[in-house]
Design a protein around this ligand. Structure first.
Ligand code: F6P
Length: 345
């Protein structure tokens, strides 16, 4: 079989580990892995190359993706589906392994259902918000970066008696903020899934300072809203533009929150926004292992003809779910929110 492998949407640590595992498995079983460059754009443009052993060597710890990535959607291009069909034929591709987030899974579902492409999806995103799987790879690395930042903010915040606000990614969900906040011992988190007013948070910080703790660390997810006692709600975007998927360009809520907290508590506040530092660089050992398991499982699914499905981590086991069930975003599991309530205001 000739099996195309592509990475689409936002990159994340572990993509190369997944490509390597899937391609090696196919090679070992006598099949031909074909790298498709720049996500679905490469599939529409016929930008494909055979993946051979030398290109797969040494990439396990490398961040980014050797295949490059875009958010191109063939269904937004009037000629897209036809161009995809032409490449599949010209390259004699029997199946595609598409590695990406929720939007990529949706495009993959349509290609499977509407064009009959033999598709297997692999969920990836630092946000951990793809439904149907417990964890996607890339998330652990982002949490590690954010909890390392919290450790560093602790010492400088404590030295200056400041409120340190850390803004993390997460799109419309608070997985990174919740996990890093718990792991790093933050004093408060502001995420879309938790109802908490700015006044309540400021009150908790003031109480903490009255108890003799002269600094606080607050983690805020970039997609969270600032909610006020009055019922007013405020979102913050880095610009009025939307990204290539039509989602708002997020970023900047950390500064808005810090200003509100400083005004209400009287404590000096400082902001750190981690941004793309959470997406770049080498994956943690956990993510390398998880990405490897995903890559191997996806290749196995292709060889078994299990198309129209997404590889999924179910508890500790690797399984799969139909792409038709991968819809919307997965909010933070309430069990983690319960844990978070024990520690945060
Ligand atoms: O989906 C991953 C993510 O990192 C989000 O948390 C973030 O909002 C978005 O991508 C930013 O993407 P970019 O800046 O690459 O368009």
């Amino acid at each position: 079989m000739r099996v195309g492998i592509l990475t689409a949407g936002g990159d994340c640590p572990g993509l190369n580990a997944a490509i390597r595992a899937g391609a090696r498995y196919l090679l070992e079983h006598g099949h031909e892995p074909v790298g498709i460059a720049r996500g679905y754009r490469g599939l529409a443009e016929g930008d494909c190359r055979r993946l051979e052993e030398p290109e797969l060597s040494g990439i396990l710890p490398a961040g980014g993706t050797i295949l490059a990535t875009t958010g191109y959607d063939p269904f937004d291009d009037p000629e897209g589906p036809e161009r995809v069909r032409a490449t599949l034929q010209a390259e004699r591709l029997d199946a595609i392994v598409a590695i990406g987030g929720e939007h990529t899974m949706d495009v993959s579902r349509r290609l499977y259902e509407e064009l009959g492409v033999g598709l297997v999806g692999v969920p990836t995103t630092i946000d951990n918000d793809v439904p149907g799987t417990d964890f996607s790879f890339g998330f652990d690395t982002a949490v590690q970066v954010a909890s390392d930042a919290i450790d560093r903010l602790h010492t400088t915040g404590a030295s200056h008696h400041r409120v340190m606000v850390l803004e993390v990614m997460g799109g419309e969900t608070g997985w990174i903020a919740a996990f890093a906040g718990i792991a790093g011992g933050a004093d408060g988190i502001v995420i879309p899934e938790l109802e908490l007013t700015v006044e309540e948070l400021a009150g908790a910080i003031s109480k903490r300072h009255e108890r003799g703790k002269h600094f606080s660390i607050i983690v805020v997810a970039e997609g969270a809203e600032l909610a006020f006692e009055s019922g007013q709600r405020r979102t913050v975007q880095s610009s009025d533009d939307t990204d290539e998927y039509g989602y708002p360009r997020l970023g900047g809520i950390g500064h808005a929150l810090a200003t509100e907290l400083e005004g209400r508590t009287g404590f000096e506040a400082r902001v750190t926004a981690l941004g793309h530092l959470q997406r770049g660089g080498t994956p943690t050992a956990h993510d390398r292992l998880l990405a490897t398991r995903y890559g191997l499982h996806a290749a196995e699914m292709v060889l078994n003809g299990e198309y129209g499905r997404m590889a999924a981590l179910q508890g500790t086991a690797m399984g799969s779910v139909p792409l038709s069930e991968v819809k919307g975003l997965k909010a933070v599991d309430p069990r983690y929110l319960e844990m978070a309530r024990t520690f945060f205001g």
